[in-house]
Write a protein that binds this ligand. Structure first.
Ligand code: SF4
Length: 461
């Protein structure tokens, strides 16, 4: 089992929890764990020690589906009482029945993602609430699965787009933005609890508030619009108050993102944008039915760099999409160099059950998709390495993620250019004073002395 939490209150019913999937699933897990803890349930780190097990699943790609189904099977074999939630819970099998129920008929309940209420109802039914809930034991920021110094903040659920390779909207539904007051209240609690870096996540961060027509909400007694700019500005001001960072993920390149980049230039939020572009060629983007596919992405990125020269752009791409010609692929390779994408990830296209792209003509052989992925990564890594080299000699602020003690006393951290888990790190050489060590969650200033692969090496200044 992974991602489990223990507590010491006696005689309370115990729930085992397995959290699989992306940061959005992680925030769902945190909400459920917070509610369990608020109601006085304990959590168990073993299947055998639990009265019941909740598995939060991922259903995005075939490997994730297999991992989720295997984990459910393991929990059933080891414990027997299992509630399933998450993306896989919303998927149908070939016969139109719920896939999880079809594969594991003995599970107690199955819900889709973002379903704390339904999961809690199932828990109450199969493991009644303890009489004396230990509400006071729950920290105000809720239970987090990330290290104490950074946290994901989910601002909306679902997506209004219908990208042809993706089934997320059919699993998570259309966009539902969280009330801006709730989002900002959660952000403040996280900062108060010691979070130094807030990572804003959603399926489409640029679309925040579209579903509620940018309704005016309230926070701190003041009106504030449910709109990306207003949210990012308020988060940036809060972060400044607490000496923390805000990092934006899943931002589509709409024109209004220019306003956000201006906030980055003002130092209010980190000059880092995670923009899932997936391709550069207009025809491929059209077949993918990508949001903002009509935007001139190269010009837009160049404009961002004019507005905020230190901006770092991370993106993900798909190689070998159905019908992709060699010329279209070459366009993508040229784009990565011209746009100077700082950090790039690439998947070889893989059909997902239920996605409309499966019906597109011109499927490419597996070997060609994989070959294009490898060619892409070769070019992208060269671009990335050159961009990293420009840092050598610079002094950067680094957030310490790890302290290496016992004699060596080095550390590992990240600069504004590195998101946790997906980008590189800054390896910190030991401080000159032998008595000093790095403390996780502290900011240190480091002079960059060299680049190593995706990482940098720095000495404290
Ligand atoms: S924007 Fe496209 S890829 Fe992203 S969740 Fe929505 S439909 Fe899926």
């Amino acid at each position: 089992m992974s991602d489990t939490i223990t507590s010491t209150a006696p005689a309370a019913p115990k729930v085992g929890f397995v959290s699989l999937g992306c940061p959005k699933a992680l925030t769902d897990s945190e909400l459920i764990l917070t509610q369990l803890s608020a109601e006085g349930y304990q959590t168990s780190k073993t299947y055998q020690g639990a009265d019941l097990v909740i598995v939060n699943t991922c259903g995005f790609i075939d490997d994730a589906v297999k991992e989720s189904l295997d984990t459910i099977g393991e929990a059933l074999a080891e414990n027997g009482k299992v509630i399933v939630t998450g993306c896989l819970g919303a998927r149908q099998g070939e016969d139109g029945q719920n896939l999880v129920r079809q594969m594991h008929p003995s599970v107690l309940a199955v819900t889709g993602p973002h379903a704390t209420h339904e999961v809690m109802e199932a828990v109450h039914q199969h493991l009644p609430k303890p009489h004396d809930p230990f509400v006071d034991l729950v920290p105000p920021q809720g239970v987090k699965l990330t290290p104490r110094h950074y946290a994901y903040l989910k601002i909306s659920e679902g997506c209004n787009h219908r990208c042809s390779f993706c089934i997320i909207p059919s699993m998570r539904g259309d966009l539902v933005s969280r009330p801006i007051g709730d989002v900002l209240t959660e952000a403040r609690k996280l900062f108060q609890a010691g979070v130094k870096e807030l990572l804003v996540v959603s399926q489409d961060t640029s679309a925040y508030g579209v579903d509620v027509k940018y309704r005016t909400g309230f926070w701190d007694g003041k009106p504030v619009k449910t709109r990306m700019f207003d949210l990012v500005q308020a988060l940036g001001e809060l972060a400044r108050e607490y000496g923390a960072w805000v990092r934006l993920h899943y931002v589509y390149p709409y024109p209004h993102v220019d306003e956000i980049v201006a906030l980055m230039a003002d130092g209010l939020v980190l000059p880092y944008l995670d923009v899932p572009l997936q391709h550069s060629h207009p025809e491929v983007l059209r077949r993918m039915k990508r949001p903002a596919s009509g935007e001139k992405n190269l010009e837009r990125i160049q404009r961002w760099r004019e507005l905020c020269p230190e901006i770092v752009v991370r993106s993900t791409f798909i190689a070998g999409f159905p019908g992709e010609t060699e010329a279209e692929f070459q366009h993508l390779l040229d784009f990565v160099g011209e746009a100077q994408i700082d950090r790039a990830g690439c998947f070889a296209y893989s059909p997902v059950d239920g996605a409309s792209a499966n019906a597109l003509p011109g499927a490419l052989p597996d070997a060609l998709r994989e070959e294009r992925r490898a060619r892409f990564m070769e070019v992208a890594e060269q671009v990335s390495a050159q961009r990293l080299l420009r840092r050598v000699g610079a002094t950067m602020q680094v957030l310490v993620d790890q302290s290496i003690g016992l004699g060596k006393k080095g550390g590992v951290g990240r600069s504004y250019a590195d998101a946790p888990e997906i980008d590189g790190v800054v390896r910190l050489l030991p401080p000159e004073k032998a008595s000093k060590t790095y403390k996780v969650g502290d900011f240190v200033k480091a002079r960059i002395v060299t680049a190593q692969g995706h990482d940098l090496v720095g000495v404290p200044v």
